[in-house]
Design a protein around this ligand. Structure first.
Ligand code: BG6
Ligand code: MG
Length: 215
């Protein structure tokens, strides 16, 4: 029986996945190569330092560790320029309503994000007080598809893994959920998320009871 929901942040609660892509693309372009949207799918849910390693490998660029750290910092500055402009208007359609339905139904909710910027984003969009627990890039050692972030989320909610349902927009995130013994709803398309237990384009007009029946 499902008692708790673990929410990914980027691409699920807010459309920051686009800002991550733009900032990484800008960095790649400055290094003399491009990254496609298709390649970007493989970066979703992956930590900042694992992402830069994958991008440099993709562009066949080898750099000293110090320069890699500088570039990761620069990418984050570009990314934060967009985050600073965010307000509650950036919360994706249906999310606020879903959270209200979950609260009314007595479900517990935790964040389960790879991002170190998660607390800042939740503050900006005004959703921080809604969460019973926050597990983010500051509290995990291993990047999705490792299940650490969701195992910690279940622990923080005082629930068993199988009592939690994950909401994700990343292939790696759904793999992480399954590795933790949890089902996962994918926000996206069947092509991008063939591993999801249920696919939704968004939570707009979605009723919680209908959703739970389908899983
Ligand atoms: C994940 C995103 O949520 O967080 C990734 O899907 C991102 O694209 C990762 O790299 C780490 O984010 P941040 O904000 O710590 O750089
Ligand atoms: Mg995501």
């Amino acid at each position: 029986m499902i008692k708790g929901f673990l929410f990914d942040l980027d691409g699920v609660i807010v459309d920051t996945a686009v800002y991550h892509y733009q900032a990484w693309r800008r960095m790649a372009n400055e290094l003399g190569f491009d990254i496609s949207e298709e390649f970007n799918e493989t970066l979703k849910g992956i930590s900042r330092m694992d992402s830069i390693a994958r991008i440099l490998e993709h562009g066949k660029v080898s750099l000293p560790e110090e320069r890699i750290l500088e570039l990761a910092k620069l990418k984050n500055e570009w990314y934060l320029e967009e985050v600073e402009k965010m307000t509650s208007a950036n919360v994706l359609p249906g999310i606020q309503e879903l959270i209200s339905q979950l609260k009314a139904g007595g479900y517990k909710i935790s964040l389960g994000s790879a991002s170190k910027n998660a607390p800042k984003i939740l503050e900006r969009i005004g959703l921080a007080p809604e969460f019973d627990a926050i597990v983010d890039g500051n509290s995990v050692k291993k990047s999705k598809p490792d299940p650490e972030v969701f195992i910690k989320g279940a622990e923080a909610l005082n629930l068993k893994n199988e009592e939690c349902l994950v909401i994700e927009d990343a292939f790696a995130g759904i793999e992480a959920a399954h590795a933790a013994g949890m089902k996962a709803i994918g926000i996206g398309t069947k092509e991008n998320l063939p591993n999801a237990d249920l696919i939704l384009a968004s939570f707009e007009e979605v009723k919680l009871e209908d959703l739970l029946k389908e899983l």
